[in-house]
Design a protein around this ligand. Structure first.
Ligand code: ZN
Length: 307
């Protein structure tokens, strides 16, 4: 059954893989393997019919390597060895889609962890939608506290304050019916096409972005609210490092519970990944975690943007 909700303009979504890091799978999921997993940094390129090119996060960029060149920040790179092939640099990939970096009108920062905003400095004209709560944490906490929360202040552009738009201050908007378990959204452009959803717990001021694509499916770009799509099924079992890194474990647990309810409502989970995925597509809803290689591989060809 297709979810009914208020009509809102379609946007064109392309998901890009902008670098990746590696770490043991068992660091992210309880029961995960003791082998190195590849965790892509996924970026949403959204083309809005009136507002132009908009990004959901930026993934990695050269600024990340500069910001982690010295101790103690170097420990971040040791913990999550990072690779950014030249062909995956954001500018290179946007150019392939006919967009120059200075043409990007806005960036939605799901949160301020370095792997999500390392490219902000390369987008000189973009407004930056980001939760005020996330900015306050980055501005007011100490160097080690920031590092423990994967926050590198050097990645924020010098004119960040002038370009920052606080998500919390944007008009509230009801979510389409299927998503209401997550609360209320914020209408980013005033036309209902892009809605910020609170997905608290992983990081201070963590938000997802909900849109309806031209293929008439709803996509929730979920950031780090969950690490893998299969976190929406089975027991709630993030590994201890995920719990340790979480800004608020109880809130993260509630967010995962909400996402699981949406998944169960829409997908008719029967334990078979491929069948579940087909049902989810038929149902017209897709939850995309920022670092889930399997979710990326299952995206429709028209949405998957990195070869
Ligand atoms: Zn994060």
């Amino acid at each position: 059954m297709r979810a009914q909700g208020p009509a809102f303009p379609r946007t064109a979504l392309t998901v890009l893989r902008v670098g990746h890091c590696t770490h043991l799978e068992c660091m992210a999921l309880r029961g995960g393997a003791w082998r190195k997993g590849v965790f892509p940094a996924l970026v949403g390129l959204i083309r809005h019919p009136a507002a132009g090119a908009i990004l959901f996060d930026t993934g990695y960029a050269e600024h990340f390597f500069a910001a982690t060149a010295r101790l103690p920040e170097r420990m971040y790179r040791w913990a999550t060895p990072t690779v950014l092939p030249p062909s995956e640099c954001l500018g290179t990939q946007l150019a392939r889609h006919g967009i120059a970096m200075h043409e990007v009108r806005a960036v939605f920062a799901s949160h301020l962890h370095a792997d999500h905003i390392a490219g902000l400095r390369d987008l000189p004209r973009a407004a930056i939608w980001c939760a005020d709560a996330a900015v306050r944490f980055a501005r007011t906490s100490g160097r080690i506290a920031r590092l423990r929360r994967a926050t590198l202040r050097a990645l924020l552009p010098g004119d960040f304050a002038a370009r920052h738009v606080a998500i919390e201050h944007l008009p509230r908007a009801p979510l389409p019916h299927a998503w209401r378990v997550l609360g209320e959204g914020h209408d980013l452009l005033g036309d209902g096409s892009l809605r910020a959803l609170p997905l608290p717990g992983h990081a201070r001021g963590h938000y997802g972005l909900l849109l309806r694509n031209q293929d008439d499916r709803e996509y929730l770009l979920a950031g780090d609210a969950l690490w893998r799509y299969d976190a929406t099924r089975g027991p709630l079992s993030p590994a201890w490092p995920v719990r340790l890194l979480a800004d608020d474990w109880n809130a993260l647990h509630a967010t995962l519970t909400g996402l699981r309810a949406i998944h169960a409502d829409g997908a008719g989970d029967d334990g078979d990944d491929d069948r579940d995925n087909e049902r989810r597509r038929d149902d017209g809803r897709c939850i995309l975690p920022s670092h889930c290689a399997a979710s990326y591989a299952r995206l429709p060809d028209t949405v998957r943007g990195t070869p």
